[in-house]
Ligand binder design. Structure first.
Ligand code: ADP
Ligand code: MG
Length: 249
């Protein structure tokens, strides 16, 4: 059994069947990529995993527990973190200030100012934030305004903010979209480092096949809301239907 088990998920938007009988099993400590053309239902599927959308039918189990009927916040507390397509950081705050907010949120369940009353644990939180920034190689940018970071560094910061929550499942929706090649390669390296250093499962939606083949242990191809094929990267690469439809060959 995978850490994430999606069974028979359907989701309609009015007359449009965005997801049709989706089954997906993501094994623990692997990188599982979900690919497919625009409008295939990839983001809709991800939204069903984090409680942003509720499937019409089907089940979504994380580590043996149903996520359905829980709020996004509760699902996050279960150990699922999501990185958005556009980095969700506070541009007016420094890198360090961006880190401290989720750190206190993790401790208190919400960001409350009285968290600062406890000096000892404030020190712990600061140390933890610094440690995470070092892990993503941003220790020298700690006092920069987040808005002035490169796209790749914004992604690094957002990843560090996610890691503070110590997720067991990290969900990424097109993390390299709109990035220059150097920042894309940077993101690949970062995700590889994160994988090496901790027990974490990653489900990644990605258009860039270089990213997919650099990271994925398994690949699911989604087409018109339904999984077309799920296989190893080698098999996917060799699949004529996939080559024709998604690899532009
Ligand atoms: P992908 O991420 O694979 O590009 P999406 O999951 O965003 O695809 O969209 C799947 C289909 O569902 C598309 O046809 C899209 O227009 C439609 N869709 C997505 N979100 C909504 C929504 N909130 N309301 C209506 N239709 C939607
Ligand atoms: Mg999408």
């Amino acid at each position: 059994m995978g850490i994430l088990e999606v069974k028979g998920v359907n989701k309609r938007f009015g007359g449009l069947q965005a997801l049709g009988d989706v089954n997906l099993s993501v094994a623990e400590n692997t990188v599982h990529a979900i690919i497919g053309p625009n409008g295939a239902g990839k983001s809709t599927l991800l939204n069903c995993l984090v409680g942003k959308l509720i499937p019409d039918t089907g089940s979504v189990m994380f580590d043996g527990q149903s996520v359905l009927g829980r709020t996004p916040y509760e699902i996050n507390q279960m150990g699922i973190s999501r990185v958005f397509q556009t980095p969700e950081i506070f541009g007016d705050l420094t890198v360090f200030e961006n880190m401290v907010i989720p750190a206190f949120a993790k401790r208190d369940g919400s960001f409350r100012m009285h968290a600062f009353e406890s000096v000892a644990s404030e020190k712990d939180i600061v140390a933890h934030a610094e440690e995470m920034l070092t892990e993503v190689n941003m220790q020298d940018k700690i006092h920069m305004h987040a808005a002035s970071l490169s796209r790749g560094d914004k992604r690094r910061l957002e990843m560090a903010m996610c890691l503070l929550q110590e997720p067991r499942l990290l969900l990424l929706d097109e993390p390299t979209a709109g990035m220059a090649r150097a920042d894309t390669n940077n993101t690949i390296d970062l995700l590889k480092e994160i994988k090496e250093k901790r027990d974490i499962t990653i489900a990644i939606i990605e258009h860039d096949m270089h990213v997919v083949f650099s990271l994925a242990d398994r690949i699911t191809v989604l087409a018109q809301g339904t999984p077309l094929v799920e296989d190893s990267p080698e098999k996917i690469r060799g699949n004529p239907k996939v080559r024709e439809a998604y690899l532009g060959e």
